[in-house]
Structures are given as structure tokens and as C-alpha cells.
Write a protein that binds this ligand. Structure first.
Ligand SMILES: NC(=O)c1ccc[n+]([C@@H]2O[C@H](COP(=O)([O-])OP(=O)(O)OC[C@H]3O[C@@H](n4cnc5c(N)ncnc54)[C@H](OP(=O)(O)O)[C@@H]3O)[C@@H](O)[C@H]2O)c1
Length: 328
């Protein structure tokens, strides 16, 4: 068991600010450095979050031997290269979702982590939230009988065409940005999918504005998902079993409550507050302190497989990123 785990943040953007807040309240963790492509942006972030060391390049951050773990909080297209470089530099890594652009990239990141013996985890924060942990436990206990179907939607309204959300170069599109949440929820609650069918509507930049589809799971359960960056949806989820339905209140990707309605007329409402990214940060911190190289909640093989599902959907809806000469 090492003492305090020293964190460095790569990419001082909006999610990085939330991670800085989470780390500030976490025992056994200390945010010691931040890196940006521009020194002044790292400096502004450091001033806002009391971070002692500031770097004007990602390479300089990764070279800091007094950083134990790097939180990769940059656009999707840079997750692979930054994670691999950080691992090769001897750092542990917690990398934002989606873990990579493709399963091939994710497999390369996993291979590098295993070879270097460093901890590496996808920052799928939803899986660590108390309401989601309790939802998973309740379903496993059979609170609504055998699960037959799940439905979840995650639509946001992103104006304009110039930001990272619609940039093919940065790995944009509804699927990788928000679609990963309902698809990951289905995997968490129903297990790995055995088949997927999807349709999408691509926008003028060539990435998906909307994507919807269905996943088939070995248990026989089907999961319907819908994601978009062109219209806000209810952001709810329902899980239907042979004895009733659970409704996960909005936003299902960061819920504080779910309701259980059973066919026999009985029901419950379970409410559990959460502390944002603190739950995943505490998990990663504990795993690193206890010498593990992977999460037991979202192991690397799960992140690679999740990217494989996203690859299959991208192939079906016709989204290719620059440099991809064939469907993923
Ligand atoms: N877990 C969650 O709830 C959640 C929520 C939102 C986003 N995310 C994920 O977190 C990652 C970052 O999202 P965000 O919303 O925080 O993005 P953001 O606000 O745009 O910040 C991204 C940061 O990445 C850096 N960056 C490096 N290369 C870049 C490039 N080529 N173009 C633009 N920025 C670049 C930028 O810092 P410099 O330019 O200063 O280097 C910027 O501060 C994405 O993978 C996203 O999917 C997760």
C-alpha cells in the first residue's frame, strides 16, 4: 500500500474541472500537476483548482516522476496516444470515456498497460455511482423477476458544427460521446451483447447526429438505445422484468433515484445521492494504492469489448474517422 496517490490531469477542460473538485475531497489522493497544449490554459486551471505544478505540454506532464496517475481528459481521438505515452512513461492512467476510437486502439492500450505493469482504467463514472450499484444489486436479486428488456436514451442539444462533438478528427458523433452510456448500462446490467442492429442519421460533418438500435443479450433480454447530439431527450432508462419495471430517473447516466413498480401492485422508490466523479476516483485511487493494475468493476477486457460494440454500430451506420480506410 503506497501513501497518497499523486494525480496529474491531461487536458484542462470541462470534465477535468469536475475531476479536480472530486480529487480535492478525496482522502489519499492529491492533485499535483496539470498539463495543456498551452501553458496559460494549464496555469488558469491550476489557479482555479490550487494545482501546484503547471505544464505547457502533455509530454512535460508525462515526464514528471512525481505524478503517479494521469487522468486523460482530452478529446476521444487523443485517448489512445496519450494513454500509451503515459503508461510508457511509467504513469498509471485513468482515461475518460469512450476509452478509445476503436477496439483496436483499446486493445493496444490494454496491451501497453499489461506490459508496463501500470494500472489503467476507463473513467466510466456511471458504473460507480451508488444508485447504479444498488440498481445492479437489486436486479441480480430478481426484484423485477427475469429481465426481458431495457430502454435508455441520451440526447443532448449541441449547437453548431465546429466543436469537438461534430468533429470527425476528434472522434465526434452521438455514439461515442453519449451513446456509450446507454450501451454501457446495458452491458453492466444485462452482460455482454451477442448481437446489435443500429441505424443512424449523419450530419454534414459525417458523424452521427442521432443513432438508435437494439442489443441482444445471451439471457434473451433486448436493450433499446437512442442517443443524439441534435435534440435533448428525457435521459431516462427502464428495465422491464417478468415481475415488474424499474424506472431510472433522469439523468439515468448520473441518477439519484429509481422506482420499482411490481405487477402485484407493490413498489419502492430508492434514492441515493452521489458525489459526481468522486466514486470512480476513489475506486481507482484504492486499486492503485493496493497494487492492482486493473479495475475489478470495469476491467480492460470490458473496455475493449465495449469499443467492439461501438465499432460494430459505427460500421452499420457508416461513420468512419480520418485514417480509417475501411469500416471499423
Ligand atoms: N465523464 C463525463 O461525464 C464526461 C463528460 C464530458 C466529457 N467527457 C469526456 O471527457 C473528454 C473531454 O471532454 P470535455 O467535455 O472535458 O472536453 P473539453 O472541455 O473540450 O476539454 C478538452 C480538453 O482537451 C484538451 N485538448 C487536447 N487536444 C485537443 C484538441 N485537439 N482539441 C481540443 N481540445 C484538446 C484541451 O486542452 P488544451 O487545448 O488546453 O490542451 C481541452 O481543455 C472526452 O473524452 C469526453 O467524452 C466525460
Amino acid at each position: 500500500m503506497t501513501d497518497t496517490v499523486r494525480w496529474g490531469i491531461a487536458g484542462p477542460g470541462s470534465i477535468a474541472a469536475r475531476m479536480a473538485e472530486a480529487l480535492a475531497d478525496l482522502d489519499g489522493a492529491e492533485l499535483v500537476a496539470v498539463g495543456s497544449r498551452a501553458h496559460h490554459r494549464a496555469a488558469a486551471f491550476a489557479a482555479a483548482h490550487a494545482v501546484p505544478r503547471v505544464y505547457g505540454s502533455y509530454d512535460a506532464l508525462l515526464a514528471d516522476d512525481d505524478v503517479d496517475v494521469v487522468y486523460v481528459a482530452t478529446p476521444h481521438s487523443s485517448h489512445h496516444d496519450l494513454t500509451v505515452a503515459a503508461l510508457e512513461a511509467g504513469r498509471h492512467v485513468v482515461c475518460e470515456k469512450p476509452f478509445a476510437l476503436s477496439a483496436a486502439e483499446a486493445a493496444s492500450m490494454a496491451e501497453t498497460a499489461r506490459r508496463t505493469g501500470r494500472f489503467c482504467m476507463e473513467a466510466m463514472w456511471t458504473w460507480f455511482l451508488p444508485t447504479v450499484v444498488e440498481l445492479r444489486r437489486s436486479l441480480a436479486e430478481g426484484v423485477v423477476g427475469d429481465v426481458r428488456a431495457l430502454r435508455a436514451d441520451f440526447g443532448i442539444d449541441v449547437p453548431g458544427e465546429t466543436g469537438r462533438h461534430r468533429s470527425p478528427v476528434l472522434g465526434g458523433g452521438a455514439l461515442l460521446d453519449v451513446g456509450v452510456y446507454p450501451i454501457a448500462l446495458a452491458r453492466l446490467l444485462l452482460g455482454p451483447p451477442s448481437a446489435v442492429r443500429a441505424l443512424g442519421r449523419l450530419g454534414p460533418t459525417g458523424v452521427d447526429d442521432t443513432v438508435a438500435g437494439v442489443l441482444a443479450h445471451d439471457s434473451g433480454a433486448l436493450a433499446l438505445f437512442h442517443a443524439g447530439i441534435d435534440a435533448r431527450t428525457t435521459q431516462t432508462a427502464e428495465v422491464t422484468g417478468t415481475d415488474g419495471t424499474i424506472t431510472v430517473e433522469s439523468p439515468f447516466w448520473a441518477p439519484t433515484a429509481f422506482t420499482v413498480d411490481r405487477r402485484d401492485g407493490s413498489g419502492d422508490r430508492v434514492t441515493l445521492p452521489h458525489r459526481g466523479l468522486a466514486h470512480e476516483a476513489a475506486h481507482a485511487n484504492d486499486r492503485i494504492r493496493s497494487g492492482h493494475t486493473e479495475s475489478d468493476v470495469i476491467p480492460l477486457a470490458t473496455s475493449v469489448a465495449l469499443m467492439g460494440t461501438l465499432d460494430e454500430i459505427r460500421a452499420q451506420i457508416g461513420v468512419r474517422f480520418p485514417g480509417e480506410t475501411q469500416a471499423p
